[in-house]
Design a protein around this ligand. Structure first.
Ligand SMILES: Nc1ncnc2c1ncn2[C@@H]1O[C@H](COP(=O)(O)OP(=O)(O)OP(=O)(O)O)[C@@H](O)[C@H]1O
Length: 625
């Protein structure tokens, strides 16, 4: 029924206004479509449409009203339609409100955009202001700089003018002075000439007078000297006469003179003896580099160190020294013999320790001294040559000092070949020869005060007399595979594991098989000395400390070994070069206890296959495999 109130259902078909009309249908059948309307016809139809009135709707409305009147639900229908109308109106109102809100929103948006635009404009204006101000500032600066330049130019011009005028004045003044000097010198010359002439004239006139004066002065002088000699002779003569005639006086004079001479002589000798005594007991000789012996001066200088030295107890002579088992056995015998000698106050034996550097010679000598309850003193042969003529005195001082030791002294001379060379050798200087003689003199007899331990890398250079004084010769060779492994373990433990176990240290170690690692590295480090392996331990520690987290990884440790090997091969190359030049012995027999089997330099230079063959890779000639 909605169509009655002008509401048409979407699905309902539109009323057929053409039904029964005289207008032709718009669509039509296929035949009608063939007959297309003409243009006039179309115009006419549209004009008719404008004035046409549809009366069928009214008719239907009337019929419906009638029907409604008859219906008993007419009132409810009306109410319902009213309600529908109100609902629609409310919906329309809500939509209007929405539109209004949208309009308000758009106004706000418009205002915001406007404000944004205004802000941008303001910023742009400010920027332009700034640019203008900068530009003006630049202009002002430029102007100021130009003014400055102009001012400077003016100043320079003024200065130049002033300088010119000063130079002119100076030139004038100089010319005046020169003229004045010229005039004055001419006057002076004339004056001098006149004076000389006048003096010459006067001298000529007074010549006789001068000669007379000189003669008188000489006669007076002669008389005075003769008188003085006569008086002195009389006085001394009468003195000697009275001394000789009076016996008491003669005796007193002789006695007094003798006493005076004796006093001077005694004082001189007593001073030097007491000085030597004090020096021998209190101070250590300058040649001694390091000593465990107590000395008052040293203990005052290093009190803590001295107390520590007192507290150290005799330790095992081979503790921490890793050597070939046979050598260890031999050294242990040496240590026991030394200890017993000390205890029984026997005569000490002199030992020579030879072999490549860094194989533990010094280390063992120190431990030997401590083990036997002796003091030790370390000297270096290289310190003696620079002393020149004083070397002999210094050498005597060392032995004097050694002889005063109460505990007994192990005198360790490192690099002994530096001054104990063959006396026939040309390279030994006169003072070194004298020093060697002094050494030989002081070591000619066995001593129960000191034990002599010599260390050398080239013992074949020793003088025969030195060799004659040696009781035992021990060779220290480079560590073999087993010893290297033990050394690696020792220093890995000392420098890495031990610090890592201490909480306050920053050092840590990654978890890996340390034993396996040391075994592998021992195979790689062939030819390295004990010192080089000890340094490798320090390098591991340093690597850990230098890492960000303080952790030593296996990779880092391996890298350090690789670097140490590279450095080692480089050192060996240098060493062989130097030794070739000096034609020194390069090899030691590791098995025998004899030494000095010099190899000819040609043998080193030329590889077995002839000189044209490839140079052998640098292998340490001391290596024991
Ligand atoms: N056999 C070894 N066992 C343990 N450590 C060793 C050994 N050899 C060398 N070292 C280490 O190397 C360092 C130096 O050794 P040492 O001074 O005893 O060598 P050296 O043979 O006297 O050398 P040089 O001939 O150059 O004086 C020692 O402090 C020690 O850390």
């Amino acid at each position: 029924m909605s169509w009655l109130f002008g509401i048409r259902n979407k699905g309902a078909p539109p009323p057929d206004f053409n039904a029964g009309g005289d207008l032709p249908p718009v669509g039509g059948s296929g035949d009608d479509r063939l007959q297309q309307p003409t243009m006039d016809e179309k115009a006419r139809r549209s004009a008719m449409e404008a004035y046409r009135f549809d009366s069928s709707a009214l008719e239907r409305a009337a019929a419906a009203a009638k029907e409604l009147e008859k219906s008993k639900h007419a009132k409810e229908a009306l109410e319902l339609s009213k309600l529908q109308e109100m609902t629609k109106q409310q919906e329309m109102l809500a939509k209007m409100k929405e539109y209004e809100a949208a309009i308000e929103g758009s106004k706000v948006e418009q205002k915001r955009a406007f404000e944004e635009e205004r802000r941008k404009t303001l910023a742009e204006e400010t920027k332009q202001h700034q640019q203008r101000a900068q530009y003006q500032d630049q202009l002002t600066r430029k102007r100021y700089e130009e003014q400055l330049v102009q001012q400077q130019r003016l100043n320079e011009e003024n200065l130049r003018r002033q300088e010119e005028s000063v130079a002119k004045q100076e030139a004038m003044r100089k010319a005046t002075i020169e003229h004045e000097m010229e005039v004055r010198s001419k006057l002076e010359a004339k004056k001098l000439e006149a004076e000389a002439l006048a003096k010459a004239k006067a001298d000529r006139e007074n010549q006789d007078l001068y000669l007379e004066q000189l003669r008188l002065k000489a006669a007076e002088n002669r008389v005075t000297v003769l008188e003085s000699i006569k008086t002195a002779g009389t006085v001394i003569g009468s003195g000697v006469h009275s001394l000789l005639t009076d016996w008491d006086k003669t005796l007193t004079a002789v006695g007094g003179l003798s006493l005076l001479a004796l006093g001077v002589y005694t004082a001189k000798n007593a001073t030097s003896v007491s000085a030597r005594f004090i020096e021998a007991r209190l101070g250590k000789p300058a040649l001694v580099r390091e000593t465990s012996r107590f000395s008052l001066l040293e203990s005052l200088k290093h009190p803590v160190l001295s107390i520590k030295q007192f507290q150290t107890k005799p330790a095992d002579a081979l503790a921490g020294v890793i050597l070939e088992p046979k050598l260890e056995e031999r050294l242990r015998d040496v240590a026991i013999a030394t200890k017993n000698t000390k205890q029984n106050r026997g005569m000490f034996r002199n030992i020579l320790m030879y072999g490549p550097p860094g194989t533990g010679k010094t280390m063992f000598a120190k431990k030997l001294a401590m083990h036997s309850g002796l003091d030790y003193a370390i000297l270096t042969g290289g310190d003696i040559a620079p002393l020149g003529n004083d070397a002999v005195t210094a050498m005597h001082k060392v032995f004097d000092w050694a002889s005063t030791s109460r505990k007994g002294l192990l005198l360790f001379i490192d690099e002994a070949d530096a001054f104990l060379r063959k006396r026939s050798s040309e390279s030994i200087s006169e003072s070194l020869r004298a020093c060697l003689n002094a050494f030989l003199y002081r070591t000619g007899e066995q001593s129960n005060k000191f034990m002599l331990v010599l260390a050398s890398n080239t013992p074949e250079q020793f003088d025969w007399a030195v060799n004659d004084r040696l009781d035992e010769m021990v060779e220290f060779s480079l560590p073999g595979l087993e010893e290297r492994e033990r050394l690696l373990r020792l220093y890995f433990d000392k420098f890495v594991l031990e610090p890592a176990s201490q909480r306050h240290r920053r050092l840590k170690v990654e978890q890996f098989d340390f034993g396996q690692f040391c075994t592998e590295m021992a195979r790689l480090t062939e030819g390295m000395s004990g010192r080089e392996i000890a340094k490798l331990g320090v390098a591991w520690q340093a690597a850990a400390y230098s890492s960000t987290d303080g952790v030593l990884t296996r990779q880092m440790a391996e890298e350090k070994v690789r670097q140490a090997l590279l450095q080692h091969s480089q050192k060996v190359e240098w060493q062989s070069e130097a030794e070739r030049r000096e034609a020194k012995s390069l090899t030691y027999s590791s098995k025998e206890t004899t030494y000095a089997l010099p190899r000819s330099s040609a043998a080193i230079e030329a590889p077995p296959g002839g000189p044209s063959q490839k140079k052998p890779s640098p292998v340490n000639p001391y290596t024991r495999r």
